[in-house]
Design a protein around this ligand. Structure first.
Ligand SMILES: [Zn+2]
Length: 189
């Protein structure tokens, strides 16, 4: 399946450290790139297909990408970004904050989850955890707020902001993001 607005073929998607032609403040283009990763996730009735990018906003460099169920287990897009970056630095994901650049940000098509029905740590918890040594993720750019289908009211924004993480809504792609996110869901009629 072709990816919409994938990077040019000279910068393969498999290279996690590719430089993009996206300028540092072009948040809609970063969001669209995150959405291209959501397309990689397989459609299932019980998951949102989400794409995410971990970006060093100081150098305008993409550190990792992630999407729902990319890694083994019931993994989320933001979790995959953090896990992959930690793995590249040979540390457990719990300590990823120690190796993140000072101005790390995450783009995610859907607002990070605050509660996991599975009992796994939520993406909000994982993002907050990166802040434990004072650095970590500074900003989360979200394409849509989390649909409340699975877990009810999302308190994630408040928890993130209390931890010093700014949450910024990047509008304009809501319809496409939700269509991709819910592609495997059974229509109710
Ligand atoms: Zn999550």
């Amino acid at each position: 399946m072709p990816l919409p607005l994938a990077p040019p073929s000279s910068t393969p998607l498999s290279n996690q450290h590719f430089n993009t032609s996206i300028s540092s403040n072009d948040h809609p283009s970063y969001m669209r790139l995150a959405l291209s990763y959501a397309h990689e996730s397989r459609p299932l009735p019980t998951n949102f297909r989400v794409g995410a990018l971990l970006v060093d906003s100081a150098s305008n460099r993409i550190l990792t990408s992630g999407y729902t169920l990319e890694l083994p287990g019931n993994t989320h897009a933001e979790q995959c970004c953090l896990s992959k970056y930690a793995a590249e630095h040979n540390i457990p994901e719990e300590r990823v904050g120690e190796v993140l650049p000072e101005r790390a940000v995450i783009y995610t098509t859907v607002e990070p989850c605050v509660k996991r029905l599975s009992g796994n740590r939520s993406c909000v918890e994982r993002i907050v955890e990166t802040r434990s040594k004072g650095g970590g993720i500074r900003k989360v750019y979200v394409g849509v707020k989390e649909p409340e289908t699975f877990v009810g009211d999302n308190q994630g924004r408040k928890i993130l902001e209390d931890a010093g993480v700014e949450v910024v809504l990047v509008g304009g792609l809501e319809e496409e993001i939700l269509r991709v996110a819910t592609a495997g869901h059974v229509a109710t009629s």
